[in-house]
Design a protein around this ligand. Structure first.
Ligand SMILES: Cc1ncc(COP(=O)(O)O)c(C=O)c1O
Length: 393
């Protein structure tokens, strides 16, 4: 990986040490150009609604984006890729679109992002489903025995974070898929932190639904993906009704489009959708295996240099934490650390990183998360180490 060459494609990368890619990644020039091109060359609506020259052009770009995502995930069909606003919307679509009823059970891990926790809490309130969590140990590993014990015929879906934004650990997804399927339950993965950082093959894993955000993988803001097996998406009710999600209506009835159109009701974020393909192409060109390896290399430097002095959230072994280095200092609170680091131009995330439930359960105030990506360098990590050391020693 030629990091110096890569960095030339990212406009602000030299101005800061940007370690908050788990929240939102920086954007390379081809993605910025594609957004600009939409506004300057074909700033219209997609061809589902009108079929004139400009809308046809946009439709082609969106189709290319959808196909690039399909290929990235090794999905079977382009119709299995529905665009959403983000991971959150994709998970909510499944939570609210499945015909869950009183007494149906849903299982997650005990360290889910709010986006894979709150939808289920709300379904418990609204439809009286049973919602339970499966424990993870102090190294962040899922207790598969507990999962098996909690599986019974009432479980309708197992919905788990793939790679955790809290500690970077990765759920053994194929094993969980097998356990879910043996019990006739669906399996959904929250891939917000896996798809941008490592190869994810939906067929190899055997996952039924996968949610992730294109804006965390070099893409433009406001685009997420809901992957679902075709038959399941056909049966799933959309979150939002109307607009281009509809095939025909009478005053008293509506026929919805097939997937993915039925999930994309109303005018969409076209400028961003037109820039999905350049983002996916960029990632593919670099190679997800290389990205993963690079992040672990950076995480290894941070871990080796700081493990005696900071408390790392998750396992000590950086190989198990992807590009996530989430830590606490005895001497300083997380908000103080974020501000002090910011003064040094090092941009970290401090607080509960939307995993309030896990922090509250463990009685912890929060952590400071450095998340690495393909454009980060060893020098940046060394600078980060130096500043943390200056705060502690
Ligand atoms: C694991 C995980 N799930 C879900 C989300 C929510 O993503 P979005 O805000 O793009 O919906 C995030 C965002 O940080 C995440 O890290």
């Amino acid at each position: 990986m030629d990091i110096e060459k890569i960095r030339k494609d990212f406009p602000v990368v030299d101005d800061y040490i940007y370690f908050d890619s788990a929240c939102l990644s920086l954007k390379p020039q081809p993605v910025i150009d594609a957004v600009q091109k939409y506004y300057s060359e074909f700033p219209v609506c997609e061809g589902k609604r009108s079929a004139h020259t400009l809308s046809t052009r946009l439709t082609k770009e969106i189709k290319k984006g959808r196909k690039s995502v399909k290929d990235l995930l090794n999905a079977s069909e382009i119709d299995e890729i529905a665009f959403t606003k983000n991971t959150t919307e994709a998970i909510n679509t499944v939570a609210r679109g499945l015909p869950l009823k009183k007494g149906d059970k849903v299982l997650t891990t005990d360290k889910e992002h709010n986006s894979n926790l709150v939808p289920w809490i709300k379904m418990r309130e609204k439809r009286e489903i049973i919602y339970e969590q499966v424990s993870t140990d102090k190294d962040g590993q899922l207790d598969l025995e507990e999962l098996k014990e909690k599986m019974d015929e009432s479980v309708k879906i197992v919905s788990m974070v793939h790679t955790s934004n809290l500690d970077g650990t990765t759920t053994p997804a194929s094993e969980v898929a097998d356990i879910a399927h043996e019990n006739d339950a669906y399996f959904m993965l929250d891939g917000a932190q896996s798809v941008p950082h490592k190869p994810v093959d939906v067929k190899d894993i055997g996952v039924d639904f996968l949610a992730f955000s294109v804006h965390k993988m070099l893409g433009p803001t406001g685009v997420g993906v809901l992957y679902g097996r075709k038959k399941l998406l056909e049966e799933l009710d959309p979150l939002i009704y109307g607009g281009g999600g509809v095939r025909s209506t009478r005053y008293d009835e509506a026929t919805l489009q097939d997937s993915p159109a039925k999930f994309e009701a109303g005018l969409q974020n076209f400028a961003s959708l037109a820039a999905v393909k350049p983002a996916v192409d960029y990632i593919k060109e670099i190679g997800l295996e290389n990205i993963e390896e690079h992040e672990i290399k950076l995480n290894t430097i941070a871990t080796e240099e700081l493990k005696e002095k900071v408390k790392i959230i998750g396992p000590e072994d950086p190989e198990k934490r992807s590009g996530i280095f989430n830590f606490q200092l005895e001497e300083l609170g997380c908000h103080e650390i974020t501000l002090l680091m910011d003064e040094e131009n090092i941009l970290l995330r401090g607080g509960k990183q939307c995993v309030h439930s896990w922090y509250s359960f463990h009685g912890l105030e929060g952590g400071n998360r450095a998340s690495f990506y393909l454009y980060n360098t060893e020098e940046e990590v060394k600078k980060f180490v130096e500043v943390i050391r200056s705060l502690v020693f």
